[in-house]
Design a binder for this molecule. Structure first.
Ligand SMILES: *Cc1c(COP(=O)(O)O)cnc(C)c1O
Length: 482
């Protein structure tokens, strides 16, 4: 909980939960970490988690569950069709977003698959505040293209704008006028905008986008995967939301949209996903695809235990004490890094901390994957694994050249309620050391490059022996290998 006054401490974020289950962690010596990252092709996705000390890769499916969630999992009704569990989840989803019809899916990208297949035709254009990797791929695979209509503030890495996830309304109107509303199957707004640093959208902006969509008769779709962080920021940063409850803000946001979908690996802190609509026709169109790709209509590829956990997770998603831990720990992480002069994306958002790799390792050419190189170096010096969010996460240009990303970031995600403040201070301290020795970090090149979504399974190697030099300097400075 933020805002609790301390006597001697600087006002710290304070947990409103206690920890009753623990999991032992490994901190390997640095020589072993060097071996592990080489084996993983310098791709943090390919590390074995037993070689990782703090897994800050993602918040997907890694948030800590509550005692209520674990308890609910024990009363799951395991029937293929018509399970009581399904109806409990449907009710929880209705309560959260105020919409009538729910389609279950095994995770967020499965919802995107169903939505793109149903709505996107070749030549279509889908405007969004910012793309997400799997969303864009599904739209492209259906012959559509994505247009990102972010505001100027969105890609300013150093900013004090409270809502960098906002959509530029003038750009939206201009695009619809240019391509024609009939070629715009829907507008997509992503809550807690993932790829620009977990940055929120204001309720006011969502309402404006909604009125433009209504005017042109275009559907508004909300990707609510990261809505809990967004809700926290609406409540704490937006005047209009100050006196609303979190549940009321969630309903006000969802009311603006025709289609809501989410990954329950994030929203709901369990595993799964769902699409929610009010329009029976649209529901019927999508309904036929669920048994083909996901599973029967009353589970959609989810286990009933996970569905029970999602239902409770949705109740907890409107509890300020449960959703504030992420943004407040991230803020403290950011405060520490800034105090060590490490360039980060500001203001800090949800999801995790984002390091500005382009500034930290600007001596590495863009084609040598600055952020991926920095992510590998962070693992080597700290045992923490983050994720590249930059050029490597982009698809190449049609002519085969690199598409240099607008932002070159390393994300260290904070799965909700998982890490302690001392663990965060440890990582910040190691990054401070790395920052002072950043000239030692070099570039990477592909040795195996998949054609689609190469960041997931591509393998790279360091250019030169910079990683050995880094290890050598670390052992000199710390006098040991841990
Ligand atoms: C994670 C995520 C998805 C995809 O969800 P999965 O469950 O990982 O398939 C979609 N949109 C956003 C904003 C996400 O963060």
């Amino acid at each position: 909980m933020a805002g609790i006054k301390f006597f001697k401490e600087d006002n710290l974020p304070l947990e409103m939960h206690k920890v009753r289950i623990v999991q032992k962690l490994n901190l390997l010596p640095i020589e072993k970490r060097l071996e592990a990252i080489k084996e993983a092709g310098n791709n943090t996705f390919l590390l074995r988690n037993s070689d990782v000390y703090l897994d800050m890769l993602t918040d997907s499916g890694t948030n800590a569950m509550s005692d209520r969630q674990l308890g609910a999992m024990m009363v799951a009704d395991d029937s293929y069709a018509g399970s009581a569990t399904y109806y409990r989840l449907e009710e929880a989803v209705r309560k959260f977003c105020g919409k009538q019809y729910m389609l279950p899916a095994h995770q967020g990208r499965a919802c995107e698959h169903i939505l793109a297949k149903t709505l996107v035709k070749p030549g279509d254009v889908v405007p969004m505040n910012y793309h997400f990797t799997t969303t864009k791929t599904h739209i492209n695979l259906c012959g559509g293209r994505v247009e990102e209509l972010f505001t100027e503030e969105a890609v300013k890495l150093v900013s004090d704008h409270p809502f960098k996830g906002n959509m530029d309304i003038q750009k939206l109107i201009a695009l619809i006028e240019e391509v024609g509303a009939e070629h715009v199957p829907f507008v997509r707004l992503e809550m807690g905008t993932n790829l620009i640093g977990g940055q929120p959208i204001s309720l006011a902006n969502i309402k404006e986008v909604s009125s433009v969509c209504k005017k042109y008769g275009i559907l508004l779709m909300i990707d609510a995967s990261l809505i809990t962080d967004n809700l926290y920021f609406n409540k704490t940063r937006e005047e209009e939301c100050k006196d609303m409850s979190i549940a009321e803000i969630a309903l006000a946001i969802c009311n603006c949209a025709d289609i809501i979908y989410f990954s329950a690996r994030k929203l709901g802190s369990a595993k799964g996903g769902a699409i929610v609509v009010d329009d029976k026709n649209l529901y019927d169109q999508m309904k036929v695809l669920i048994p083909i790709y996901e599973g029967f209509l009353t589970y959609g590829g989810m286990s009933t235990r996970e569905m029970e956990a999602v239902a409770i997770g949705l109740e907890e998603a409107v509890d300020m004490d449960m959703i504030s831990h992420g943004p407040e720990f991230i803020k403290e992480f950011g405060r520490l890094l800034s105090s060590y002069n490490v360039p980060i994306v500001t203001p800090t958002g949800g999801l995790g901390i984002h390091l500005n790799a382009r500034e930290i390792v600007g001596h590495i050419p863009g084609e040598q994957y600055q952020a991926a190189a920095l992510a590998a170096a962070i693992y080597i010096v700290s045992g923490a694994r983050g994720m590249e969010r930059g050029t490597l996460s982009e698809e190449k240009n049609p002519d085969g050249s690199e598409h240099i990303a607008a932002c070159e970031l390393v994300r260290l995600a904070l799965p909700r309620r998982v890490f302690t403040l001392s663990q965060i201070r440890f990582v910040a301290d190691r990054i401070a050391w790395l920052y002072e020795n950043r000239h030692l970090i070099g570039g990477l090149r592909f040795v195996e490059e998949p054609e689609v979504m190469r960041f997931f399974i591509g393998r790279l190697e360091p250019i030169g022996n910079w990683q050995e030099e880094l290890v050598k300097k670390f052992k000199e400075d710390f006098g040991e290998s841990l």
